[in-house]
Design a protein around this ligand. Sequence first.
Ligand code: IPD
Ligand code: CA
Ligand code: CA
Ligand code: CA
Length: 280
Amino acid sequence: QDAAIIGSKSFTAVAINCAAKAGEWIKTKLGNYEKLDIKYSSTDLVTEVDKGSETLIKRLVLTHFPHHSFLGEEGVEPGPEASVRALESKLENEYLWIVDPIDGTTNFVHGFPFFVVSIALAYRGEVIVGVVYDPMKDELFLAEKGKGAYVHGKRMSVSGEDTLRTSLIATGFPADQQYALPLNMKGLQAVAPQVRNIRSGGSAALHMAYVAAGRLSGFWEIGLNSWDLAAGSLLIQESGGTVTDSLGQPYHLGVRNVVASNGKIHDEFVGALDKAEATL
Ligand code: IPD
Ligand code: CA
Ligand code: CA
Ligand code: CA
């Protein structure tokens, strides 16, 4: 399957190829990474496998598209300000690849099998290709702007739930325990009693992919970065769902506080978070 796409130069083929190669390599490193470092705070982790995955993807992308621009998490100084600046400095570029080489590093470190490679290509600030690859389940989620979203080659669509009451909702517990985590906890307190149940798997990108696939009806989290959300946002839009910021404004690459859903519960969801003052 892999061999069929090597040699092809389409954006999507390159994105898939990168995600598959990086994912397969990451899987071989599960349980035997060598170096664990902390970044912005003691809860913000990075290993040599995060960096190696990013290097592999960057090299492949730039080999095919030397004039494209590249934004990867591990190429950016830690912390929210640097992340915002890095994105802003690259937004002017025509073609920008936005990559999270492992989304779910904490899970990877602990051997909890819920992490992905997330790769998006934006054209003039708009995501046109999104790939999220879960190497443990060998599940590849793919979306192309205007062409739908797919998993295992099958078209995805969001869930049919039309109230929070019957919805399974996910959130994250942000590494930033100073600012983002307390707001997320407020949201949790407001949302949990209103929904069927809450899940928190520890990978924002995979939660987004699960909303697209109809396995979750919604996801929200405060304080995320462009590389956590870019690919997943297209997956959800192309599956018929809605992605906004916490005020209900349409998704763009600069969104850090995300509310994503099947669309049908979106107003109720945004309203519940807003009422709890769990958003900015
Ligand atoms: C993290 C994961 C996690 C979320 C954090 C992110 P990383 O990304 O998506 O689920 O709660 O806010 O930073 O650091 O594992 O790529
Ligand atoms: Ca990280
Ligand atoms: Ca991430
Ligand atoms: Ca990461």
